[in-house]
Design a binder for this molecule. Structure first.
Ligand code: MTE
Ligand code: MO
Length: 255
């Protein structure tokens, strides 16, 4: 491995001698124009990654309250209708808790009153459903980041899984997941109000996710818990969401 040829090649390419050794049989590689382009593209790759991160941090368009749809329709589950959900609804969700667990230092169990006491964000945005309809509504909720900070999210966590209370059949509840870029996005909120009224059952009472740079199915309604994980492959069907698992929907639904 310490032949003069290898060390000269590793000087030229900046690779270690052993890595350069893997390129054996391509002695003229470093002089090859195409190879130089590959080297330079590492720099381009960095610029590209930087740019796409900035794209993902960009805000979704916000509207004026007078631009709202007169009726914000519901889609998917319109009422979970389980005994457990009905009992929570009857008591005005007083006994409901949002559990925050998984890769956090401080697991939380948060009441609606506690969420109301946290900082709020209000945003009027357009919801786009893959089924071909859109609606503009004003959402009020707690930035997800505030909840993650309170729970002391581990730096090793890569995704958040949102568990819901509605049974999609055979005891399988709806669920969704997002990565940390979306989790920390300023418009990603846990919403408890729509158009300045407590969430209607149809729209996800008592709490639903708003992740404004994504299509409708990512916006999990009827939340019961948030789980921080390093890997989605061991969660449920492994594809990161109910429709991803059963119908092949894209996990990344960015708009
Ligand atoms: N728990 C749960 N969340 C859900 C769904 C669902 O069926 N169950 N449907 C999704 C889809 S496909 C859309 S378009 C939106 C609809 O939100 P809305 O009912 O407030 O219009 O919720 C999303 N979140
Ligand atoms: Mo949807």
């Amino acid at each position: 491995m310490n032949s003069p040829i290898v060390s000269r090649r590793s000087l030229i390419t900046g690779l270690t001698a052993s890595a350069a050794g893997l390129l054996s049989g391509c002695d003229s590689l470093a002089r090859d124009e195409r190879f130089r382009k590959v080297l330079f593209s590492a720099e381009n790759m960095h610029k590209w990654l930087q740019r796409s991160l900035q794209d993902r941090q960009a805000l979704a368009r916000e509207f004026r309250p007078d631009q709202r749809s007169r009726f914000f329709r519901g889609n998917g589950t319109l009422n979970p209708n389980t005994e457990a959900y009905k009992a929570l609804w009857r008591s005005d969700f007083l006994d409901w808790r949002l559990r925050v667990g998984g890769m956090v230092a401080r697991p939380l169990s948060i009441s609606l009153a506690q969420l109301h006491a946290m900082p709020h964000r209000v945003q009027t945005t357009r919801h786009d459903c893959v089924e071909g309809w859109s609606a503009i509504g004003t959402w009020r909720g707690v930035p997800l980041k505030a909840v993650l900070d309170a729970a002391q999210l581990s730096t090793r966590a890569k995704y958040l899984v949102f568990h819901c209370m509605d049974d999609m059949g055979g005891g399988a509840t709806y669920y969704e997941s997002i990565d940390m870029v979306d989790a920390l996005h300023p418009q990603t909120i846990l919403a408890f109000a729509l158009n300045e009224k407590p969430l209607h059952v149809r729209n996800g009472a008592p709490l639903r996710l708003r992740v404004e740079r994504h299509l409708g199915y990512k916006h999990a309604k009827y939340l019961s818990g948030i789980e921080a994980v390093a890997d989605l492959s061991t969660i449920r069907g492994g594809k990161g969401g109910f429709w991803e698992d059963v119908a092949g929907y894209e996990w990344y639904a960015g708009i």
